[in-house]
Write a new protein. Structure first.
Length: 341
């Protein structure tokens, strides 16, 4: 495209933009790119050099995104080709291809080890799911699936899983269970369902909620650990008391100092990792929590903000801003000297 013919009345500005772009390429070490007619129209409308420098930075960042997207699409096509081989009975490579049908069948050894080790049951209380909003319902469906994937895929231990308060007359619960069991169709040890809570007045059960007064301490010598699938409000602790169950919270405050804004609740897969660590280390909750709790949450809000400001993305942004300012000053000096000559 001949840009001089497209914008004949802006020849001097086009010459200046070309000179600016040459210096920009020299200092940033980017590969030279071809601008479209729309790009030139936008650049010639910009009033300052700094605006054009920001625009060029934006174009190169967008090019990087496009390259990554093209790479991801290429990987997806490659995986689809391997999946097609697998479906024909040939040998396919990659995660989710060769071992797709074998994933949960291979958990037989772990489940047999679990019977020998006799870990506590992992019991999920589903009574709060129908009360959740639509968005939260989908979110906790996904979280529960993550928890079960962590459990059945754990190389160290596979807890026996049960679900209590499964009212099958409720449409939301049926939808929830359909999504869960569809995902774990090939699993050998599916979760057991109880329409009501069969563990009333069981002293060897522990109900985990952040609103409990007592903290979890010592070895995991319980018959079962009950985990509410909910936002964990105060009704969870009230339900545990009404069922005459012992309630307790994860001992974050007891093990290390928490600052304002540090969460006292972790995601379900992280909870699974903590309980697994405690089962094997004989009751060392401090090391189990420290190994699975984000180090950022142990910092104060000011320290966390300071750390966040110095992360890699922010440093790149600062570097781009500094480079832009330097190039702008060099260009201003260059055109000033040229004008005097």
């Amino acid at each position: 495209m001949n840009i001089w013919r497209q914008f004949p009345h802006k020849k001097r500005l086009i010459y200046r933009v070309n000179e600016e772009y040459k210096l920009y390429i020299y200092y940033t070490q980017h590969e030279q790119r071809t601008f479209t007619k729309n790009d030139w129209a936008r650049m010639l409308e910009m009033k300052t050099t700094m605006e054009r420098l920001k625009f060029w930075d934006f174009l190169y960042i967008k090019d990087g995104f496009n390259l990554r997207n093209a790479k991801n699409v290429s990987l997806q096509h490659e995986k689809a080709r391997e999946m097609a081989k697998n479906e024909k009975g040939e040998h396919g490579y990659g995660i989710g291809v060769f071992d797709e049908k074998n994933y949960f069948m291979s958990s037989l050894r772990r489940q047999w080890d679990s019977k020998l080790l006799q870990p506590p049951k992992l019991i999920l209380d589903l009574q709060y799911l129908p009360r959740l909003s639509y968005n939260n319902f989908d979110k906790f469906t996904y979280k529960t699936r993550e928890l079960l994937e962590a459990n059945y895929g754990c190389p160290r231990l596979c807890f026996p899983v049960e679900m209590i308060n499964c009212n099958m007359e409720n449409d939301d619960l049926r939808k929830f269970l359909s999504k869960i069991f569809r995902r774990f169709k090939g699993c050998l040890n599916l979760p057991k369902l109880h329409q009501y809570n069969p563990y009333h007045n069981c002293g060897d059960m522990i109900y985990v909620t952040k609103h409990a007064v007592n903290a979890l301490r010592g070895p995991l010598n319980y018959a079962g650990v009950i985990l509410p699938i909910s936002n964990d409000d105060k009704t969870c602790d009230l339900y545990a008391k009404s069922s005459n169950l012992v309630s307790a919270h994860l001992p974050f405050k007891e093990c290390f100092k928490l600052h304002e804004g540090s969460p006292s609740k972790v995601s379900f897969p992280v909870f699974h990792n903590i309980v697994t660590d405690v089962f094997f280390n004989g009751g060392d909750w401090t090391n189990a929590l420290r190994a699975n709790y984000s180090p950022d949450f142990l910092l104060s809000t000011a320290e966390r903000r300071r750390t966040k400001e110095m992360d890699e993305i922010s440093l790149k942004r600062l570097a781009r801003t500094d480079t832009r300012l330097q190039i702008n000053n060099i260009l201003q000096e260059y055109f000033k000297n040229k004008k005097h000559k």
